[in-house]
Design a protein around this ligand. Structure first.
Ligand SMILES: *Cc1c(COP(=O)(O)O)cnc(C)c1O
Length: 424
């Protein structure tokens, strides 16, 4: 496989764009490569500018559950563009998508649309603080909630890849209200609550942490968080920017049967355009401007093209049996992958259609970020490059998740299993 044009394109890009990319993990540094430049994508296939094809398991970080350039989404968007692409004035589309989201995720009694997951989380936390009149938030090591200053503390994803537990440019005072505990550690949470309880505005968690790779909850950890937050009048904020519309139509909260006070969704909800949302209990949401004192706004928020793509995507996902079929297909595939890789000491962690290979000592299942950090990143990179050389684009870091789409076929998935069997 040749990458000459991508290499040249990267060189050109680095002259004008820091690091040549507009988001760090795309640089492929964690896997010792230079970035791929994409010409187009269709279904689950990426086409790069050198004429190579890849089966995509990153899918724009989980956005394309219904496949790239999905015909229904594309034709809806094509129509919508002809009517103008932003007005700064409300449209019916915003209410339609808000209605759909609140029907699918009933804990989101009202929603507000923004342009990115970062913005959704940042706004939800401001709202939690405004509602409770408290200062602290509690987050978990290795969970990523976007790049707002006070959330770049013990963050996963690209921040973990870069080997930093924090970012330069964030004054200590900005981060001092962010408390951090290990995921799946009830004792640590109890201790933090015993010390700060009456000043904790919210506990924020990825209900399936996916930005340190997939690390499922254990021993009812999410139910425990629901209990301890309710007990102390703190809010529980589920960051479902990845899991929303991924595990089930109702997100991880439906999957685990837990009702948070606030929720953020992103990625899938914009159907491939920059949209995300936050929402929750009506009495909390009503504190937002213009009716309430918590300010929040956005020039392109509720953008009609993004709303159209989101609506079209959620319509596809609302057809009967979509999630049963997806989760069944993914589970069949992942179990075969486990059979192929676990004898080689590679552990496959998975929930629904999300999975991550780990290179932990003795192939041990990680239960928190500390465990994930034991994974051999060199071995991860070697495995990633093997798949890449064989036309498979996995998410390019240990601290990320792979996704199965409704468009992956059993033949494509079986081919990956065969490649996995031949590894080493
Ligand atoms: C991707 C992600 C974000 C940030 O979303 P952006 O759209 O990249 O700003 C926040 N939280 C979680 C759980 C995410 O996966």
């Amino acid at each position: 496989m040749k990458h000459d044009k991508s290499r040249q394109a990267f060189e050109d890009a680095t002259r004008y764009i820091p690091g040549g990319v507009n988001s760090p993990v795309r640089a492929l540094k964690a896997v010792g490569e230079t970035p791929l430049f994409i010409e187009k994508a269709k279904g689950v296939t990426l086409f790069d500018i050198d004429g190579n094809e890849y089966t995509d398991f990153c899918l724009s970080w989980g956005v394309f559950i219904a496949g790239h350039a999905n015909d229904s989404v594309t034709s809806a968007v094509r129509q919508a563009v002809l009517n103008g692409t932003s007005y700064g004035i409300p449209t019916l589309l915003e209410t339609q998508l808000a209605k759909k989201v609140t029907e699918l995720i009933p804990s989101m009694e009202q929603v507000r649309f923004v342009n990115s997951g970062t913005e959704a989380v940042m706004s939800a936390i401001r709202l939690a603080r405004g509602y409770t009149g408290r200062n602290y938030i509690l987050k978990f090591e290795g969970c990523y909630h976007g790049h707002a200053d006070h959330l770049l503390v013990a963050a996963g994803s690209g921040v973990a890849t870069a080997g930093r537990s924090n970012s330069a440019g964030v004054p200590d005072d900005f981060a001092k209200y962010t408390l951090v505990a290990p995921f799946n550690d009830k004792e640590a949470v109890k201790q933090i609550f015993s010390r700060y309880a009456d000043d904790i505005a919210a506990v924020i968690v990825e209900p399936v942490p996916a930005n340190m790779g997939v690390v499922p909850e254990q021993e009812g950890f999410l139910a425990f968080l629901r209990h301890i937050t309710a007990e102390h009048d703190s809010l529980l904020l589920f960051d479902e920017v990845i899991t929303g519309f991924r595990l089930t139509l109702g997100g991880a909260q439906q999957y685990y049967g837990i009702k948070p006070d606030l929720t953020t969704v992103g990625k899938i909800v914009g159907g491939g355009f920059p949209a995300a949302a936050f929402g929750g209990r009506r009495e909390i949401m009503q504190l937002l401007a213009p009716d309430g004192p918590v300010y929040q706004a956005g020039t392109l928020s509720g953008n009609p093209i993004a709303m159209t793509a989101g609506l079209s995507t959620l319509q596809i996902l609302s057809r009967p049996h979509v999630y049963e079929d997806l989760n069944d297909k993914a589970t069949r595939f992942i179990l075969k992958l486990k059979d192929a890789l676990e004898p080689k000491g590679i552990y496959i962690s998975h929930v629904g259609s999300m999975f991550t290979p780990y290179f932990t000592p003795e192939g041990k299942a990680p239960r928190n970020f500390g465990d994930v950090q034991q994974s051999d990143l060199g071995e991860f990179a070697r495995f990633w490059r093997y798949m890449y050389a064989n036309g498979v684009y996995l998410s390019p870091s240990q601290f990320e998740t792979n996704f199965v789409s409704i468009q992956h076929t059993d033949e494509q998935l079986d081919h990956i299993v065969e490649l996995a069997k031949d590894y080493k």
